[in-house]
Write a protein that binds this ligand. Structure first.
Ligand code: AMP
Ligand code: TRP
Length: 333
């Protein structure tokens, strides 16, 4: 039987190679497996948990949509929409927020990271962010949720909330308990400047990431400047210990080539970094430049992008509004 897939990406600008390898590339693979029903959401309600400039947010919503389309998500096969256009997400989040426990949310490491030292000043939205994420998933009865490694804890919370709701309201199996789909390998792409930090939209250094809208020259230059060390490439996976930057570059190479780390090591061992970087840059350009070119062309056609979101929003609303009505009935409204 096919899977029901739901996932989301925040429209907060600077979509990068980590988003592509950790998430969007898998969205496309899942869409193309027969029998799957996929819903991909531009999670704009999540974006405003940190301060956004309204004009830039609007552009970023379109750009993230364009990145979905340019990467191969097909609006005829998958539902593509933005979260704020379907009001059931906000409603569901409130109801599930009354099921989730403070103790559970207090353990969320992403909140601690994002809120930083001054937790008192973080928005309440940032704190309950994983509850909204839970509503996203449960409204569509998703069986599987493809995400990068950093979202694993949020997925576990979603499972707990679904189970508690079913138990509290004596509605066995009503909310489907979702499974995370996290790739075993390459689910955490690291910064090109520091192999112990993940590649991130918000890193102040643009050289730390390859953006999905970068030009050929930018891609080549960033790979040339990526941090490495003085040893040649290893001949054994075990020798990657203590060499996080090298492991990351080999991971990027393997993932984009759809091959195992071991096979890449076999292919490349003994090469020096200038040669490896040349080969890697060529591969990244081959895979990412067509996406970048397509994003840059699509975002000029705002009407088309808006029409994709509108159509997707209508389809999503049909599913989600039915589920939220059932939820309300169960709760006693
Ligand atoms: P976000 O940009 O935070 O909305 O993330 C969108 C998706 O990309 C989520 O599934 C993340 O887990 C994934 N993701 C973000 N950064 C990385 C990274 N550095 N490596 C792998 N996956 C990532
Ligand atoms: N929290 C996710 C992230 O930052 C984005 C997201 C929101 C999401 N809702 C979701 C992912 C539902 C999967 C399913 O990456």
């Amino acid at each position: 039987m096919g899977k029901k897939i739901f996932s989301g990406v925040q429209p907060t600008g600077n979509l990068h190679l980590g988003n592509y390898i950790g998430a969007i590339k898998n969205f496309v693979d899942l869409q193309n497996q027969p029998g799957n029903e996929c819903v991909y959401c531009v999670v704009d309600l999540h974006a405003i948990t940190t301060k956004q400039d309204p004009k830039i947010l609007k552009d970023n919503i379109r750009e993230t949509t364009a990145a979905f389309l340019a990467s191969g998500i097909n609006p005829k096969k998958s539902i593509i929409f933005n979260q704020s256009s379907v009001s059931a997400h906000a409603e569901g989040s409130w109801i599930l927020g009354c099921v989730a426990r403070m103790g559970w949310l207090n353990r969320m490491t992403q909140f601690k990271e994002k809120a930083g030292k001054d937790k008192e000043k973080a928005s309440i939205g940032l704190y309950i962010y994983p509850v909204l994420m839970t509503a996203d998933i449960l409204l569509y009865d998703a069986s599987h949720v493809p995400v990068g490694e950093d979202q694993k804890q949020h997925l576990e919370l979603s499972r707990d909330i679904a189970q508690k709701f079913n138990l509290d309201f004596k509605a066995p199996n009503f909310l489907r308990v979702p499974e995370p789909l996290i790739q075993k390998n390459f689910s955490r792409i690291m910064s090109l400047k520091d192999g112990t930090n993940k590649m991130s939209k918000s890193d102040p250094s643009d050289l730390s990431r390859i953006n999905l809208t970068d030009t050929k020259d930018q891609i080549v230059n960033k790979i040339k400047k990526a941090k490495t060390d003085t040893e040649p490439l290893p001949d054994d996976e075990k020798k990657l210990n203590q060499r996080p930057e090298v492991e990351n570059l080999l991971g990027i190479y393997s993932s984009l080539n759809n091959q195992s780390l071991q096979d890449s090591i076999k292919e490349l061992s003994g090469k020096n970094f200038s040669k490896f970087k040349e080969i890697l840059a060529e591969l990244v350009v081959e895979k990412i430049l067509p996406i970048s070119t397509e994003i840059n062309s699509l975002i000029k056609d705002k009407r088309y992008i808006d029409s994709v979101l509108k159509e997707g929003g209508e389809k999503a609303n049909q599913i989600a509004s039915k589920k939220i009505e059932e939820i309300k009935k169960i709760v006693g409204f």
